[in-house]
Design a protein around this ligand. Structure first.
Ligand SMILES: Cc1cc2nc3c(=O)[nH]c(=O)nc-3n(C[C@H](O)[C@H](O)[C@H](O)COP(=O)(O)OP(=O)(O)OC[C@H]3O[C@@H](n4cnc5c(N)ncnc54)[C@H](O)[C@@H]3O)c2cc1C
Length: 638
C-alpha cells in the first residue's frame, strides 16, 4: 500500500471509529485466536464449554463494568461498553450473545429495573460470579410481551411471591444461559396482588442450587441444536409454585411495600409497561452493533477476495480480470459497503444518544422515546442488511465462500436469528410506525389497535411534518436543492434527502388518512388497522432509511480531512441513491420521478460504483478489523 493510500485508509478508519475509538482499539487488542470462532464446528457441548470459559476471561476486561453506574460498582461508561461489545461481533457470535445475556440483558435488567436493595448483586454480575439469564419469552408469547402467562402472585401471609407457569404455553423458551450456566433468572410475569393483576413485572428467581441442579419447583430443559449460536446454552424453564422473597421484585417501576401495598411511580399501567421495556433499550442497540460488525467482516472478506480472484479471460487480451472489475460484482459489493458505512455512522450516533440517556445527561421524556424508536428502527435495518449482505458475500466468493475455514458459514448461521431476537423485525417496524404517527405523544404506550386508530383519526398532516423534521443542517441542504423534476440532479445531497423525505411523508400521511376510516359508523377497528399493516411497515422503513442517510450525510459534513471527505461524499451518494433506486417503482407510481429519470438514476449508480471500484479494498480496510480476527484459507493475504 502506498503511503498516501494508507494515510487515507487511516483517516477513514479514524472517522468511522467515531468518538469511541479508544474503546474500539482496546477491543482490537483482544487475541483473535482466544476469542474467535473455533477452527470448525464443534460438538454443541464443547462449543458451549469454550464460550463459557471465554466469558469468564472477558469478565477481567474493563468493558463489563462500563455498563453499570458507579454506585452499583460499575464505571458508568455506557457508550464505551456497548462499542467494545460491538467489536465482539467480529469474533465468535456465540460469545457476543452469551456475554450480551450476562451483562446486557440479565445485568441490565437488575441494574435498571431493580432498587437499591438489588445493588449489592451488581458487582457479582460484573465479575461473572453471579451468572444469570433473562426469561421473558414464553412458548405461547414472544412478540406480545403483555400477553405473558407466567404469574407472580404475592402471598402476604409469607411475605413471598409465588412464581408459577399455569399452562404449557407459559413455559419460558429459548432463554440464553438457562440450559447450563445461569443460577438466577430475571423472570417476567404478571404480578398479581390481592387477586388483581398489575401487569408484567420482572423479578429475580434462583433457578439452580449451589450444586447446579434445578432449584425446587423449577424444571429446566435444553433447547438443543439450533441453526447457529451453538455455543449458547438456550433453555426452557417451567415454574411450579416457586416461592421467592417479596424483595426479589425488581421494583423500580412498581413495588410491593412491607405492608403488602403496591405502588408505582407511573400511574398508567400501559405507560409503566413501556417505560420498563424502554429502560432495556441497550439490548437492541447492541444487537444492531454486533450485526453490523458481522456484515463488515463479510464485506471485508468478499471484497479482498474479489480483488484477488480472477475468472474468464477478457476477449482479445487473454488476461483474466479480477472479479471486482465486473460490473455485477461492483454492484453487489459497493452499495452494501456504502450501506455498512451509513449504518455504522447511525449506530455511532445512537450509542451517543444512549450514553446521554443512561448517564442522566438527557432526561427529557421525548428524547428518551425518540431513542427507543430509533433503536428499534436501526436494529431492523442493520440486521436485515446483515442477513442480505452475508448471503451476497458468500455467493460472491463462490465455492470458497461455503467452507467453514472462510468464515461465511459462521457468519450466516450465527446472525440469522438477529432479525428475530430483541424484537422481531416486522413487529418492531410496526412500533416505529406507531411512534411516528405520534401515538406515544398523546397516550404514551397505549398500543392497542383502538388507540392507534383513534390517533390516526385526529392526525393532521402538519404533525407528521413536524415529527419528521430534519436536523437543521439537513434542512438547509434540502432547501438549497432544486425542486422541479427537470432540475433533479442526483449528485446533490439535498435532492437525495428531499426524495427520501418526500416518500416518508407521503407514506405516513396516507396511512394516517386510511386509519381515519375506522371512525366511520360501521368501521371495523381491527380490519382497518390490519389492512394498513403493510403500509405502516413501509412508512416506518422509509423513516429509518431517511434517518440513516441523514446520519451518514451529517458525518460526511463533519469529516475534518478533505481527502477522506471527498471519498465519503461519493460513498454517501452511493448509499442514498441505491436506497432511492430500490424504491424507483414507488417514485414512478407516485409521479415523483419519470421513467427516464429512474433509468438515468440506475446509470448514475453504475457510474459511482465504477468510480469507487479503485477504492473498494481501502473502504473495507477502513473498517479496522484486525487481520488476526479474519484469517481464512481463501485469501492469499491471510
Ligand atoms: C437463539 C435465540 C435466543 C433467544 N434468547 C432469548 C432470551 O435470552 N430471553 C428471551 O426472553 N427471549 C429470547 N429469545 C426469544 C426471542 O426474543 C423471540 O423468539 C422473539 O421475540 C420472537 O418471538 P416468537 O418467537 O414468539 O415469534 P412470534 O412473535 O410468534 O412471531 C412469529 C412471526 O409472526 C409475526 N408476527 C407476530 N406478531 C405479529 C403482528 N402483530 N402482526 C404481524 N405479524 C406478526 C412476526 O413478524 C414473525 O415473523 C431467543 C430466541 C432465540 C431463537
Amino acid at each position: 500500500m502506498t503511503d498516501e493510500r494508507s494515510a487515507l485508509t487511516a483517516s477513514l478508519r479514524h472517522h468511522l471509529d467515531g468518538p469511541r475509538r479508544a474503546a474500539r482499539d482496546e477491543a482490537r487488542r483482544l487475541d483473535g485466536a482466544a476469542f474467535g470462532h473455533p477452527p470448525g464446528p464443534l460438538p454443541m457441548s464443547e462449543h458451549r464449554t469454550r464460550v463459557a470459559a471465554q466469558v469468564r476471561e472477558l469478565a477481567k476486561a474493563t468493558f463489563p463494568a462500563g455498563g453499570f453506574p458507579e454506585h452499583q460498582g460499575g464505571t458508568g461508561r455506557y457508550g464505551d461498553s456497548v462499542t467494545a461489545f460491538e467489536m465482539f461481533g467480529h469474533l465468535d457470535l456465540s460469545l457476543f450473545v452469551k456475554a450480551g445475556v450476562q451483562w446486557g440483558l440479565f445485568g441490565g435488567a437488575v441494574s435498571l429495573l431493580g432498587l437499591e436493595r438489588h445493588d449489592a448483586l451488581v458487582p457479582r454480575i460484573i465479575s461473572g460470579e453471579a451468572q444469570g439469564c433473562f426469561a421473558m419469552t414464553e412458548t405461547g408469547h414472544g412478540s406480545d410481551v403483555q400477553g405473558l402467562l407466567t404469574t407472580a402472585t404475592f402471598d402476604p401471609s409469607a411475605d413471598e411471591i409465588v412464581v408459577h407457569s399455569p399452562e404449557p404455553a407459559a413455559r419460558k423458551d429459548y432463554i440464553g444461559g438457562a440450559a447450563n450456566d445461569a443460577q438466577l433468572a430475571v423472570v417476567f410475569a404478571q404480578l398479581v396482588i390481592g387477586g388483581d393483576s398489575q401487569g408484567v413485572h420482572a423479578l429475580l428467581v434462583p433457578i439452580r442450587t449451589d450444586d447446579g441442579s434445578p432449584a425446587p419447583g423449577v424444571t429446566i430443559s435444553d433447547c438443543g441444536d439450533k441453526l447457529g449460536l451453538q455455543g449458547v446454552d438456550n433453555g426452557r424453564l417451567l415454574f411450579d409454585h416457586v416461592r421467592v422473597p417479596r424483595t426479589n421484585l425488581l421494583g423500580r417501576y412498581g413495588d410491593i411495600a412491607e405492608d403488602g401495598t403496591y405502588s408505582s411511580p407511573i400511574e398508567n399501567p400501559n405507560r409503566r409497561f413501556f417505560t420498563m421495556l424502554g429502560a432495556l433499550v441497550r439490548g437492541r442497540i447492541s444487537v444492531a452493533g454486533g450485526a453490523g460488525a458481522a456484515a463488515r467482516s463479510a464485506l471485508t472478506l468478499a471484497t479482498r477476495y474479489a480483488a484477488e480472484r480472477t475468472q474468464f479471460p477478457a476477449p482479445g487480451t487473454g488476461v483474466e480480470p479480477v472479479l471486482l472489475d465486473y460490473r455485477t460484482h461492483q454492484r453487489r459489493l459497493l452499495p452494501r459497503i456504502a450501506a455498512a458505512y451509513g449504518l455504522l455512522y447511525a449506530e455511532n450516533e445512537l450509542v451517543g444518544a444512549m450514553d446521554d440517556v443512561l448517564s442522566g445527561r438527557v432526561t427529557d421524556e421525548q428524547e428518551r422515546r425518540q431513542l427507543e424508536t430509533r433503536a428499534a428502527g436501526i436494529k431492523v435495518l442493520t440486521t436485515r442488511h446483515t442477513t442480505d449482505t452475508i448471503q451476497e458475500c458468500r455467493e460472491a466468493c463462490g465455492g470458497a465462500g461455503y467452507m467453514w475455514a472462510n468464515r461465511f458459514a459462521w457468519l450466516k448461521s450465527d446472525t440469522d436469528i438477529f432479525t428475530t431476537f430483541e424484537g422481531d423485525n416486522t413487529v418492531l417496524l410496526q412500533l416505529v410506525a406507531k411512534a411516528l404517527l405520534g401515538e406515544y405523544e398523546d397516550t404514551f404506550g397505549d398500543l392497542d389497535t383502538a388507540g392507534i386508530v383513534r390517533f390516526g383519526a385526529r392526525l393532521a398532516a402538519g404533525t407528521v411534518l413536524e415529527r419528521s423534521a430534519m436536523r437543521g443542517l439537513m434542512q438547509r441542504i434540502v432547501d438549497a436543492a432544486p425542486g422541479r423534476e427537470e432540475d433533479v440532479t442526483f449528485a446533490i445531497r439535498g435532492t437525495q434527502l428531499r426524495l427520501l423525505r418526500d416518500r416518508e411523508e407521503h407514506l405516513v400521511e396516507t396511512v394516517a388518512r386510511r386509519l381515519r376510516r375506522a371512525q366511520e359508523p360501521d368501521g371495523d377497528t381491527f380490519a382497518v388497522f390490519n389492512n394498513c399493516q403493510d403500509h405502516l411497515v413501509d412508512a416506518a422503513e422509509a423513516h429509518v432509511e431517511r434517518l440513516v442517510v441523514e446520519a451518514f450525510a451529517a458525518a460526511v459534513e463533519e469529516c475534518p480531512d478533505p481527502d477522506a471527505q471527498a471519498v465519503l461524499v461519493r460513498v454517501c451518494d452511493l448509499h442514498a441513491l441505491t436506497t432511492i433506486e430500490k424504491h424507483k417503482a414507488w417514485y414512478v407510481e407516485h409521479d415523483r420521478l419519470s421513467p427516464a429519470r429512474t433509468k438515468a438514476l440506475t446509470a448514475y449508480v453504475n457510474d459511482i460504483c465504477a468510480e469507487l471500484r479503485p477504492h473498494a479494498t481501502m473502504l473495507v480496510d477502513a473498517f479496522g478489523i484486525p487481520d488476526a480476527w479474519l484469517t481464512t484459507e481463501m485469501l492469499a493475504t491471510s
